[in-house]
Design a protein around this ligand. Structure first.
Ligand SMILES: [Zn+2]
Length: 157
């Protein structure tokens, strides 16, 4: 991951938020940008497989942690599950998130989605939006871009 690539992903994420894609989507006036250089970290083995792995990665300085694999992601404070090949994991209301690399045209959507969790959206796995075109739908795909007025407010906080 280079600064240039991080900037491109953040520009895509910003575009997802700022563009009105129909339905209940609003053009949300939010800009995501890089605050420092992309750096490498050595905590963990690149794979998040349990709560301890996740905690360790969340403690690494910085906001967005790109890892090789995510196989565990917590659900709220108590329930959790183990499943292979998760694309991202972000504590609700937290200040950091973990993602894996993904198809280049989807990384902006993925980062915006996980950041949405940091901002308090879709508080549990089952509380993702049912609209498959919503950014906070449970799956990341090219049309998952809609951000409601209320969700925009969360992003702007
Ligand atoms: Zn999610």
């Amino acid at each position: 991951m280079s600064n240039r690539r991080a900037d491109a992903i953040l520009a895509d994420a910003t575009n997802v938020l700022q563009t009105d894609d129909g339905g209940d989507d609003v053009a949300c006036d939010v800009k995501l940008r890089r605050r420092g250089n992309v750096t490498k970290f050595n905590s963990g083995d690149g794979s998040i497989d349990n709560p301890d792995d996740f905690r360790l990665i969340m403690e690494v300085p910085g906001d967005i942690k790109v890892v090789d694999e995510i196989n565990w992601c917590g659900d709220g404070n108590s329930r959790f599950w183990f499943m292979p090949k998760i694309l991202g994991c972000a504590p609700i209301g937290g200040k950091s998130l973990a993602v894996v690399r993904h198809t280049s045209n989807l990384e902006g959507i993925l980062w915006a989605h996980e950041y949405g969790h940091n901002k308090g959206l879709a508080k549990t796995r089952t509380r993702h939006r049912s609209d498959s075109n919503a950014l906070m739908y449970k799956k990341v795909h090219t049309n998952a871009r809609r951000v409601s007025r209320a969700e925009c407010g969360a992003f702007q906080e």
